[in-house]
Write a protein that binds this ligand. Structure first.
Ligand code: MSP
Length: 517
């Protein structure tokens, strides 16, 4: 069985999560569930980034001990991931002692290879980004080039990782691996950066007199490890690096790191070089998604325009939130968060198209066949059945889009199929078949719609797991959540060959319409 190792970034615990954070975990969960449906052995990792000055400052502002503060915020993240129905396999915290050990051992190994050295350093430091910038970078931008906030000038001795030594290796590697950074626009951004800049060595320590909250630097008691160097290593420590070699071998390299576009430099430049220096393979793909914005501004706590995902889930339900985020924009592009668009998606795609289809077909099954339908090979389709033909390559298109992280297009394809079914009902007018006593045709009609809905529910599962399971239950096909995987096994083809009977059990409508007022 092939493996699929998928990660989210580790979220800073200085504040509670917002829709932007929720988005990364939802796309990762969608991919994880899809890969599980395909029968792959998925390891889905998420977690929290807990060291550094801004976390300490956040704890201090609340008058709390840093670790206790982090423990509390971590619970908010875990609670949200549960409410959003994300199926992660492991939650790593950078304060976990096994991770701290890996970070220390990695630095020792790099030091033995003479890839770590001590030197005097002068630069501009941005606390919110936990990043150093050169004088010219700050001059060009007038402030922090990333977040536009004030930077501090800093002069100190520090430890450095020889990033520059591996610059040529990285250039060659990226050139030979066009899928190592996706989408294309981000790949071009990385290759452009490498062409126009010379890589400087990376400062990987912080003096304790300035930054006290971090992993002790293994070579020198006066320092802690730079948060980014610490955090990136989570992807290997969670996979068992240095502790459980068998597990590590079975998981590494990661298949996909989902990140936001603002942390591309760290993941596409620092990280592969760190791995290469540690004699490990780089991840197969770093996939950077866009930002959720309100108007023209990125949604962020510091701007103060955040949307609380828990409140949204409470208002419209978890699957509607997941659907909106996954359908509205292709993964990679920026999205505009808007209440009007959410309502249109819920009332249009979910209540009208999908909800009504399921409701109508279940009602007809109840009315015409007393809840139970078994397809027969001798049944003749009504003439309008031809309209289904257009949907026959659904599986191929769906798989291609899902494999390519084109979630929005995959959903679009499923909705074409859903509306083909709606049109089929309109055109066939089943009540006339009933009136004319064409029982064979009516049975074929209902059975094939139930089968179509069953197939659609499997395709919907990665996006809206609860809805998919509810549909499968109502079709009489589900006792346990894992049955969806059995249903998916080789059973997603639109082949219309009579198979198992359906014995329906109606539940309340899937998506009640939202009153716009
Ligand atoms: N701790 C680092 C990541 C370390 S990974 C080894 C970090 N944390 S963060 O909490 O600031 O951001 C986590 C993720 O949330 C990033 O991928 C970031 O892009 C994403 N988002 C934060 N705001 C966002 C939006 N408004 N929209 C979409 N995603 C955004 O960076």
């Amino acid at each position: 069985m092939s493996k699929f190792y998928i990660t989210t970034p580790l979220y800073y615990v200085n504040a509670s999560p917002h829709i932007g954070h929720a988005y990364t975990n939802i796309i990762s969960d969608c991919m994880a569930r899809y890969r599980k449906l395909k029968g792959e052995n998925v390891f889905f990792l998420t977690g929290t980034d807990e060291h550094g000055e801004k976390i300490r400052e956040a704890a201090q502002s609340k008058g709390e001990d840093v670790k206790r503060f982090a423990d509390r915020v971590v619970e908010n993240f875990k609670h949200l991931w549960k409410k959003l129905n994300t199926s992660y396999d492991f939650f790593i915290r950078t304060t976990d002692s096994f991770h701290e050990d890996v970070v220390k051992r990695a630095i020792m190994k790099l030091h033995q290879k003479q890839d770590v050295y001590k030197a005097k350093y002068e630069a501009f430091y941005c606390v919110p980004c936990e990043s150093f910038w050169t004088e010219s970078q700050v001059k060009d931008a007038g402030s922090c080039p990333s977040c536009k906030r004030q930077v501090q000038k800093i002069e100190e001795e520090n430890y450095f990782f020889r990033l520059s030594k591996y610059e040529n290796w990285l250039k060659k590697y990226i050139k030979e691996h066009p899928d190592s950074v996706r989408p294309k626009i981000r790949y071009n951004e990385v290759t452009g950066f490498l062409e126009n800049n010379t890589l400087e060595d990376l400062c990987i320590s912080r003096p304790k007199k300035r930054v006290s909250w971090g992993i002790d630097f293994p070579l020198d008691d006066n320092y802690v490890v730079y948060v980014w160097f610490d955090a990136l290593l989570n992807y290997i420590s969670a996979a068992g690096y240095g502790v459980n070699e068998e597990k590590f071998k079975s998981l590494w390299p990661a298949d996909i790191h989902f990140i936001g576009k603002d942390i591309l430099r760290h993941h596409a430049i620092f990280w592969p070089i760190m791995l290469h220096a540690l004699e490990l393979e780089p991840p197969t793909t770093v996939f950077a998604h866009g930002w959720w914005k309100i108007g023209e501004e990125k949604m962020s706590k510091s701007i103060g325009n955040i949307v609380n995902p828990l409140e949204l889930v409470q208002k419209v339900g978890v699957d509607a939130v997941r659907y909106f985020l996954l359908r509205e924009v292709p993964v990679g592009m920026d999205g505009n968060y808007s209440w009007t668009v959410i309502i249109n998606r819920i009332n249009g795609d979910l209540a009208n198209d999908l909800g009504n289809l399921v409701f109508r077909v279940l009602n007809m099954t109840e009315k015409y066949f007393e809840r139970k339908v078994e397809g027969k090979t001798t049944d003749k389709p009504p003439p309008q059945f031809q309209s289904f033909v257009g949907a026959l390559d659904l599986k191929e298109r769906y798989t291609k889009h899902m494999d390519n992280v084109e979630f929005s297009s995959a959903l679009e394809g499923v909705w074409v199929f859903i509306n083909v079914m709606n049109k089929y009902i309109e055109e066939t007018k089943p009540w006339t078949l009933r009136k004319e006593n064409k029982t064979d045709q009516l049975r074929h009609f209902i059975w094939s719609l139930l089968e179509g809905i069953r197939i659609a529910s499997i395709y919907i599962f990665p996006f809206m797991p609860s809805t998919a399971l509810s549909i499968a239950r109502q079709l009489g096909r589900l006792i346990d959540e894992k049955d969806i995987f059995l249903e998916a096994k080789g059973a997603c083809d639109v082949c219309w060959a009579p198979g198992k009977p359906f014995e329906i059990k109606k539940e309340s409508p899937l998506f009640p319409r939202i009153d716009v007022d």
